[in-house]
Design a protein around this ligand. Structure first.
Ligand SMILES: Nc1nc2cc(Br)ccc2s1
Length: 226
């Protein structure tokens, strides 16, 4: 998978140089390229935004820099993700879907958003998804691009050292994950549940499922359709 990220704050994406995606890069599974959108501006001030037609507060990101970036990056056939508070809310199902893509290009919005014609133009040459992290508003799309990238790349086959660790995660089976414990068996007067020390794998599996169902019902009844 190749990921390109367009932002006026490229340093914000620096965490992508850390270990998680770096391992995949080393294995040849993943390429990540972060681009400063201002390299496609040509005025003295490297202007990437302007006032909105129709008036209103705030600024809108200009279409020309994105258009030139799309041309140079040759986005045709890629999946272009616009991170935006008005997008579909990201979830594990969407992460799984995106992990199958060969090429993802993120266009990170700032200010009041990106000129609509950028999205409309992108749809003529690529798969476009408009994605939000949740029902809250950030100051820009970079944090969303970081989160989506991490959730997606860890699902790329061969990326995680132990693929089994992907199976029993929260949201993988529509439930929240059961509580986990490790040594010591007793800590500050708190003991590990006996069933986990029993060696009875069937009982352990039943206990873990019951814990997942109880935790999901308490914290996320929406995941159970309740
Ligand atoms: N939840 C989200 N908020 C925002 C805000 C901006 Br500005 C750009 C993208 C996103 S995704």
């Amino acid at each position: 998978m190749r990921i390109d990220i367009l932002s006026i704050f490229p340093d914000y994406l620096a965490p992508l140089e850390l270990s998680l995606p770096g391992k995949a890069r080393a294995k040849g599974l993943l390429e990540i390229h972060v681009h400063d959108l201002r390299q496609w501006t040509h005025d003295r001030h490297n202007t990437a935004d302007d006032t909105p037609y129709g008036g209103g507060a705030g600024m809108v990101m200009k279409p020309e820099p994105f258009g030139e970036a799309f041309d140079e990056l040759e986005i045709d056939g890629a999946t272009v993700i616009f991170t935006t508070p008005s997008g579909e809310v990201f979830n594990q199902e969407l992460a799984r879907e995106l992990s199958t893509r060969e090429r993802i290009v993120f266009a990170c919005g700032r200010y009041e958003g990106i000129d609509q014609r950028v999205i409309d133009h992108a749809r003529t040459r690529a798969e476009v998804r408009e994605i939000s992290l949740g029902d809250y508003v950030l100051n820009g799309g970079e944090v969303a691009a970081l989160a989506i990238t991490e959730a997606v790349v860890r699902l790329i086959p061969g990326f995680m050292g132990n693929p089994d660790s992907l199976v029993e995660e929260s949201h993988e089976d529509g439930l929240l994950e059961y509580p986990s414990y490790t040594k010591p068996a007793s800590w500050r007067g708190l003991d590990v549940p006996d069933v986990l020390l029993s060696g009875h794998h069937g009982e352990i599996a039943r206990w873990r499922l019951a814990q997942s169902e109880e935790r999901t019902r308490e914290r996320r009844p929406d995941l159970l359709g309740e």
